[in-house]
Write a protein that binds this ligand. Structure first.
Ligand code: GTP
Ligand code: MG
Length: 386
C-alpha cells in the first residue's frame, strides 16, 4: 500500500492532503484545465490523500433508476470502457421499485442490477451504492442518472479529475460556464442557489452547482461520507464533504436541462421539492454549525427581552412605579429566559458535533480496514500485486 504521506516534490503545494500546483507552476496549471479548485486553505491533513500506488484502479458506476426503461439501456451501453488509469469498470443499476422494464433493459445492456424491491428513495439508493463500492474495494465511484440527461462519455472527465487532479469529489457543473447553462425549472435553480450559498456560509468556499447528480468520488470521499437522507443525496453529500474540507472540483459540462421521457421523479411536485430543500438547509446549519444557528435565533429573543426590560426600567425611573406596565417585566423576562436556553442548546449542539466528528473518525478507520481488505482481495483475484 502507498504511504499515506506522499514525498514532497518541488513545484507542488500540499494542502488538505492533495497535491496542488503552486501559483506560477504552468505545468501544474495545465494538468488541471477547466477546473475550479475549492478554497486552498492552510489546514493540512495528509491522511486525506487519494490513493495511487500503481494498482489498477477499479471504477464502479452506479445508475439509480426509477422507471427509466426508455433510457437506461443507452446509459449503460455508453459507459466508456477505456479510461486512463482505470483497470476495471463495473456498472450497477439500482432499480428502486420501478414498475416498468428498467431492470430488464439494464441487464440486457450488460449492467449488474440491484433491485430494492420497493421504492426506498434516491438518497437510500445512493447510500446503497456507496456501501457496495466500499465492499468491492472500488477506487472511484461515479453516480450517473438513468434518464439520459448526462453523456456517459463525460465519465472520463470526472474520473480524470479524481485520479489525476486530486479531487475527492468531482461534480458536473451546469452553471460554472454560463454558455453551458441549460434551460431548467426555476425551482431547481432556486434550490441549488440557496444550498450553494449555505455551503459558502459554512465553509467559505464558493461553488456554482451543488445539486447535480453526475459525480465521481474517490475512495477517500466514500469512506468519509456519512449520509442520512432518503429522498435525495446530491445536496447533503456536497455539504458533508465540503464541511469536512475535502477537495471538491467542479467540471463544467453540457447536460440536457430537462429529461426526454416523462416527468422529473425528484422535482415533480414544486412545493414538495421546495420543502425538502428547505429541510436540507435548516438541517445543514443545525448539524454543522448549531451554535451559529441557535445563537441567531437566541439573539432575536434576547433583543426582544432586553427591549421590554429596558422599557420597564425607564418607565419605573420616570414614574416610580411598575404599574401599568408590569406585563413587560414578565414578557421580557420570559424572552430573556428563552434566549439564554436557546444559547445553551447551541453550546450543547456544538459539543455534540465534536462527539459526532470523533465517532465519524472511528467509523472511518473501521470502514477503511474493510475497504482495504476488499481491495487487496480484488488485486489477488486478478493476479496483481497488492
Ligand atoms: N433509486 C432511485 N432512483 C430515483 C428515484 N427517483 C429518481 N431516481 C433516479 O434518479 C435520477 C435523477 O432523478 P430525476 O427525476 O431525473 O431528477 P432530476 O434530474 O433532478 O430532474 P429532471 O431534470 O426533471 O430529470 C434518475 O436516474 C431517476 O431515475 C428513487 O426514488 N429511487
Ligand atoms: Mg433527470
Amino acid at each position: 500500500m502507498a504511504p499515506l504521506i506522499p514525498a514532497r516534490r518541488p513545484g507542488l503545494s500540499y494542502c488538505k492532503g492533495v497535491i496542488l500546483p503552486e501559483i506560477g507552476d504552468a505545468a501544474g496549471a495545465a494538468r488541471t484545465p477547466n477546473l475550479t479548485p475549492g478554497r486552498i486553505g492552510p489546514r493540512v491533513d495528509l491522511t486525506m490523500a487519494n490513493e495511487s500506488d500503481g494498482h489498477a484502479n477499479h471504477l464502479l458506476v452506479i445508475v439509480p433508476c426509477l422507471d427509466e426503461e426508455n433510457t437506461v439501456g443507452d446509459v449503460v451501453r455508453n459507459v466508456p470502457t477505456e479510461i486512463p488509469g482505470v483497470g476495471r469498470t463495473e456498472v450497477i443499476v439500482i432499480d428502486d421499485g420501478s414498475s416498468d422494464a428498467t431492470a430488464e433493459r439494464a441487464r440486457e445492456a450488460g449492467a449488474t442490477v440491484i433491485e430494492n424491491g420497493s421504492n426506498r428513495g434516491l438518497g437510500w439508493s445512493f447510500r446503497k451504492g456507496v456501501e457496495v463500492a466500499l465492499a468491492r474495494g472500488a477506487d472511484v465511484l461515479v453516480n450517473i442518472d438513468g434518464d439520459g440527461q448526462f453523456d456517459p462519455a463525460d465519465i472520463r472527465r470526472l474520473v480524470k479529475a479524481v485520479l489525476e487532479d486530486g479531487a475527492h469529489m468531482a461534480t458536473a457543473s451546469r452553471f460554472l460556464n454560463p454558455e453551458l447553462t441549460p434551460q431548467m425549472p426555476a425551482i431547481k435553480r432556486w434550490g441549488n442557489h440557496r444550498v450553494a450559498r449555505i455551503v459558502w456560509l459554512l465553509t467559505g468556499e464558493r461553488f456554482r452547482d451543488v445539486s447535480c447528480g453526475f459525480r465521481a468520488f474517490s475512495s477517500e470521499a466514500l469512506l468519509r461520507l456519512n449520509l442520512f437522507g432518503s429522498f435525495t443525496h446530491t445536496q447533503e453529500a456536497f455539504l458533508d464533504l465540503a464541511f469536512k474540507e475535502l477537495r471538491i472540483l467542479e467540471v463544467p459540462m453540457k447536460v440536457r436541462g430537462t429529461r426526454e421521457f416523462g416527468e422529473s421523479r425528484i422535482a415533480a411536485s414544486i412545493p414538495r421539492y421546495a420543502a425538502r430543500s428547505l429541510k436540507i438547509m435548516v438541517r445543514a446549519f443545525a448539524s454543522y454549525r448549531p451554535f451559529v444557528f441557535l445563537s441567531a435565533i437566541a439573539s432575536v429573543f434576547l433583543v426582544l427581552g432586553l427591549g421590554l426590560l429596558t422599557f420597564l426600567a425607564t418607565h419605573y425611573l420616570n414614574s416610580g412605579s411598575f404599574s401599568p406596565h408590569i406585563w413587560s417585566g414578565f414578557v421580557g423576562g420570559s424572552f430573556m429566559l428563552l434566549g439564554l436556553s436557546t444559547l445553551t442548546l447551541g453550546i450543547i449542539g456544538e459539543v455534540l458535533v465534536r462527539i459526532r466528528m470523533n465517532q465519524e473518525r472511528i467509523l472511518y478507520f473501521l470502514k477503511r480496514t474493510s475497504w482495504e481488505r476488499a481491495r487487496s482481495e480484488v488485486d489477488r483475484s486478478e493476479g496483481e500485486p497488492s
